[in-house]
Design a protein around this ligand. Structure first.
Ligand code: PBG
Length: 324
């Protein structure tokens, strides 16, 4: 008598069986919705390269925050689009700046039901579009930028944020932000560190979403696409400096980095399903070239399978509907 024949298809026979033995589940509570808030907007402004995504007004932001709560999302990540920009990104540290007001509004509306996060970076606020201030040679000045990040963290903490998200890839940014927060008794404010952030073509639509004025690229501070060991090193440095969560970005082209970071650190790992990843699927779906809903669920499942415990995605609300 031989062994019984192997028949793995038995467990795929019905939807109920497939659900029972699923190795990877995506839950609404692990999804974070990134949202844009535009200073002075009277109506939500569509973003043409991201169909279905808008720059919110202060009022429509409140509405979407309530939708996020009803959907059971884990959190919301806020980005500000200021009316005026300058060389040092003054709007970022101004308590009345668009992002700080957005934090205040969302915390007042839903602060006890949703994790409120904010981008901690200067690119939306600088007229040259870089993530930091420039020195006399036009290069991004790491340490002067850290001083501004520290002030920005304090402004966001004062507005009531739960987690700040330093995303500028300056060396020492997590340590500088942690020290500033602790120095002003904001010890309860956490840091979601954009640790392994690659210089990526897939941020293209985001730059329209925040009216970016960037000329050139960010290759002197964001990482090269081919480097995985360096991504792990960045994550370990951030944990040492006090990061509470670490993030890999973009997600889809970097699932090996997500896995490597997951295995190297003992804090939660997030991944950012970025604008270009969103727009590619939406554009193909609009032409009838791809099954959008299936592609969305497959994307999120793949990111989760790679080891991310938190996923930032513009599909967060739609995904909850699709997950049923
Ligand atoms: C920087 C920042 C960027 C994104 C999130 N934070 C842009 C960049 O680094 O160029 C991109 C997000 C996306 O593409 O969805 N503040």
């Amino acid at each position: 008598m031989g062994y019984p024949e192997a028949r793995p298809r038995r467990l795929r026979r019905t939807p109920a069986l497939r659900r029972l033995v699923a190795e990877t589940r995506v839950d609404p509570s692990m999804l974070v919705l990134p949202v844009f808030v535009r200073e002075g907007a009277a109506e939500p402004v569509p973003i043409s390269s991201m169909p279905g995504v808008v720059q919110h007004t202060r009022d429509s932001l409140k509405k979407v925050a309530h939708e996020a709560v009803s959907a059971g999302l884990g959190g919301i990540m806020l980005f500000g689009v200021p009316e005026t920009k300058d060389a040092v990104g003054s709007g970022a540290v101004d308590p009345d700046g668009v992002l700080n007001l957005a934090i205040t509004d969302v915390v007042a509306e839903v602060g006890d039901q949703l994790t409120v996060m904010s981008d901690l970076c200067l690119d939306e606020f600088t007229d040259h579009g870089h993530c930091g201030v420039l020195d006399s040679d036009g290069q991004v000045d790491n340490d002067r930028t850290l001083e501004i990040y520290a002030q920005m963290a304090l402004a966001q903490a004062a507005a009531g944020v739960d987690l700040v998200g330093p995303s500028g890839m300056m060396d020492g940014q997590v340590g500088a932000v942690r020290a500033a927060l602790d120095g002003e008794e904001h010890t309860g404010v956490g840091i979601l560190a954009y640790s392994a952030k690659y210089a990526s073509a897939f941020y293209g639509p985001f730059r329209e979403a925040v009216d970016s004025s960037l000329q050139g690229d960010r290759r002197t501070y964001q990482q090269d696409a081919g480097n995985v060991r360096e991504g792990v090193r960045e994550a370990l440095l951030d944990v040492d400096e006090g990061a509470d969560l670490v993030m890999v970005k973009p997600a889809l082209g970097y699932l090996d980095v997500v896995r490597a970071v997951r295995e190297a650190v003992d804090v939660p790992v997030a991944a950012y399903n970025v604008s270009g990843e969103y727009s590619m699927v939406e554009a193909a779906a609009a032409r009838g070239w791809i099954d959008r809903d299936a592609a969305v669920l497959e994307t999120l499942t793949a990111i989760r399978r790679a080891g991310a415990e938190v996923i930032l995605t513009y599909w967060a609300l739609d995904a909850v509907t699709l997950l049923g």
